[in-house]
Design a protein around this ligand. Structure first.
Ligand code: AMP
Length: 264
């Protein structure tokens, strides 16, 4: 019998919806065992079946196609009507900070909160703590050290890429990606400064493309007076987290054609 027909399930894992290995449409272990018993006089076939089973479980548990790597301008988080609170370590640097590394699908949808059995555990990233505090600063209120923010990012997004990156890998990958593109320098080299002036959306996009080689997506929000401003910059990363790629799809939403870049 043809091995794929033995399983009679499609190999197009992108069509398998939401990630959850517990509900994966693989043959039940009962079916597998029964079939294995009948085939057990053929050791080569048994090995092939076991390998195929592992491959199917592995590939199907990666229910995303790429990551959005999202960096945030702290001035635009803080000057909204909600305001912000600095962490105990004081005012973060006047630089873009990481918001998150978000698994996403080519159709624009994304998995979230994929594994409650693997909650955020700060002890797994103790060696990254000083870099986390400087490059992934928390700004929400009440003031905290960042564990709540990082825990939210791991629980909501990180657990959906755990087949590729464990907790330490998830955070160290994001920290490493930040070192590969200096967004503030990219903007300042193009004459775009965080001084409250307005800049064209195109000039911001072009400056990041010039520095990174990839077209970013720009997200805006509004300050407490209702002005549209540069809030977050998205770049895409391949599904193993190893480098930037062109975005297969951009998020939806829009900025004005001219946006403010507030100070921080
Ligand atoms: P997400 O669910 O990953 O899209 O992140 C959105 C949540 O992250 C919201 O609750 C935001 O208030 C929070 N958030 C965004 N930026 C920060 C930040 N710099 N510090 C703390 N919380 C943040």
């Amino acid at each position: 019998m043809d091995i794929l027909h033995f399983y009679s399930i499609p190999l197009h894992t992108h069509n398998i919806s939401p990630i959850n290995t517990h509900t994966l449409n693989t043959p039940s272990s009962h079916t597998l065992n029964t079939n294995m018993k009948t085939q057990s006089n053929n050791p080569l076939l048994l090995i092939k079946l076991l390998t195929l089973h592992s491959l199917l479980v592995l590939s199907a548990s990666q229910d995303f196609d790429f990551f959005y790597f999202v960096q945030q301008w702290p001035g635009s988080f803080c000057d909204t009507r909600h305001g912000c609170c600095y962490p105990g370590t004081g005012k973060p640097a006047s630089d873009f900070g990481i918001h998150g590394l978000w698994p996403n699908r080519k159709d624009g949808s994304y998995p979230s909160n994929c594994d409650s059995s693997n909650p955020f555990d700060a002890s797994k990233i103790s060696d990254l703590m000083s870099q986390m505090k400087s490059d992934w600063p928390t700004l929400s209120c009440p003031s905290s050290e960042g564990l709540t923010f990082w825990g939210h990012e791991w629980d909501k997004h990180g657990t959906c890429s755990e087949s590729v990156l464990d907790q330490h890998g998830y955070f160290s990958t994001a920290l490493n990606l930040k070192t590969q593109i200096n967004l503030l320098q990219a903007l300042e080299s193009a004459g775009i400064h965080p001084n409250g002036s307005e800049y064209s959306l195109t000039s911001i996009r072009d400056a990041v493309k010039e520095a990174s080689g990839y077209t970013p997506w720009i997200e805006c929000n509004t300050d407490s007076s209702g002005n549209s401003q540069l809030y977050q910059i998205y770049l895409c990363v391949d599904s193993s987290g190893s480098g930037f790629v062109e975005c297969p799809v951009f998020p939806t939403g829009s900025c004005g054609s001219s946006i403010e870049f507030p100070s921080f």
